[in-house]
Design a protein around this ligand. Structure first.
Ligand code: ATP
Ligand code: MG
Length: 407
């Protein structure tokens, strides 16, 4: 991308009501635009980050046999009434809307009900199972507080996966595969070493569900971990009786802040029973389908990664999620001509700052935007056929042969 050709501009200040650092930095650096509290537009750079995160998730889920779908945002209340989840008393974050022809629809805060119901059309025999369907979908939640930038949206992007099985054993096995996939995903996103599987409440057969918590000072959750972080609990389950089952007690744990980037649940028949998702087994008798569900907050992850790595100069993206790998600047007439040459054929990995502004302004924007590697070609570096390469995270600088910069 050529800087001169995009409508993006970096901004001197963030929206004045944006108190979260991720929201402020992402706004100033031209990744997002704030519409309202918890409601954001994703601009070309921001969308690239979102797509990179999605692709990592997609690759790891496809490897374990998951199939991608995209379900509707507008919801039939009848499905949610069947599980008792349409009432505002039961679920207090609904956005609801009215049909011109009469009647109310919901805007999906999650998709267990429609997914379970949709599969009634396609699942009838044990031969149809197991199956694993997921989507990347905009969810709507009327969150009371939306002060954490893209980490808590009223409209946000979630990856939600649902699994369907004929036995508890099969569900358990798949749950483990998802755990492995999640580890790989968080590793590839650059937050593997600070993201922990955490015991949480809400399990259907076991006592627990699991959350994936990234340790972060501005995280909204409180978590407790032991010295090697092999046991992590969220606040809901950090109780003496529960810890006793793990041969642990409260004083073995350190309290910290976390951001929940994902969670996984064994649902058993919680949705298949009220919605009537059944199959006939090999003895021709009807059974309810076992279910699991597995979420990841895609737009929240963008905020968490931004918060995790940002420094006083701006954003710092891990290479795997960065919108571009290189930020290219040419200085002087020959430097600019050589930069043009280097840019050719690498338009998808280089953000070429070809604007007619001072180098200092370009460097400041490169730092604010957090592109992993800055390449500067000047008349001086050209004298040795080299360019200056600077690592955004460490500020390490070296001279590299022009031919060897982009591999
Ligand atoms: P939280 O406790 O943070 O409200 P939740 O338990 O309501 O999360 P789920 O309903 O399980 O979350 O949603 C799955 C994932 O979606 C969460 O793990 C989180 O990463 C993300 N998520 C949930 N709510 C939001 C939100 N308002 N904005 C952005 N991401 C969210
Ligand atoms: Mg919530």
């Amino acid at each position: 991308m050529r800087f001169s050709k995009t409508f993006i501009k970096t901004l001197r200040s963030a929206p004045k009501d944006e108190i979260a650092r991720n929201g402020a930095l992402l706004s100033r650096a031209g990744y997002i635009h704030k519409e309202l509290a918890g409601i954001y537009d994703y601009l070309p750079l921001g969308l690239k980050v979102i797509e990179n995160i999605k692709n990592i998730i997609r690759e790891e889920l496809n490897k374990i046999g998951c199939e991608e779908v995209m379900m509707s945002a507008l919801q039939n209340p009848e499905l949610w009434e069947a599980t008792g989840r349409f009432s505002d008393q039961e679920v207090d974050i609904w956005f609801k809307t009215e049909l011109a022809s009469g009647g109310v629809l919901g805007l999906a805060p999650t998709h267990e009900e429609p997914m379970t119901n949709m599969l009634k059309t396609y699942v009838s025999s044990y031969k149809d199972l197991p199956l694993y369907a997921y989507q990347f979908q905009t969810k709507f939640r009327n969150e009371l507080r939306a002060k954490s930038g893209v980490m808590r949206g009223r409209e946000f992007l979630m990856k939600d996966l649902y699994s369907f099985h004929t036995s508890e054993k099969d569900l358990d096995d798949f749950y483990e595969k998802v755990e492995n996939a999640y580890n790989k995903i968080f590793e590839r996103l650059g937050i593997g070493d600070c993201t922990y599987k955490t015991f949480a409440s809400g399990g259907i057969f076991s006592k627990f569900s699991h959350e994936y918590q990234t340790i972060l000072p501005v995280g909204e959750d409180t978590i407790y971990y032991n010295s090697d972080k092999s046991l992590v609990f969220n606040k809901e389950v950090f109780e003496d009786e529960i810890l006793a089952d793990f041969d642990a007690s409260k004083e073995d744990f350190t309290e910290d802040k976390g951001a929940e980037v994902g969670n996984i649940f064994k649902l058993k028949f919680k949705y298949s029973e009220p919605l009537g998702l059944k199959y006939t087994d090999d003895k021709n008798s009807e059974q309810f389908v076992y279910m699991g569900c597995y979420g990841i907050g895609v737009s929240r992850l963008m905020g968490v990664i931004a918060e995790k790595f940002a420094d006083e100069k701006g954003l710092v993206w891990p290479e795997t999620v960065a919108p571009y790998k290189y930020y290219l600047v040419g200085i002087g007439e020959k430097g600019q001509a050589a930069a043009e040459e280097l840019y050719k054929g690498h338009e998808d990995i280089i953000l070429f700052d070809d604007r007619d502004v001072r180098p200092g302004e370009k460097f400041a924007d490169a730092e604010l935007m957090g592109i992993p590697t800055r390449i500067v070609i000047s008349d001086k570096t050209l004298a040795d056929n080299k360019a200056e390469i600077t690592n955004r995270a460490t500020f390490e600088t070296k001279l590299v042969d022009l031919k060897e910069i982009i591999m």
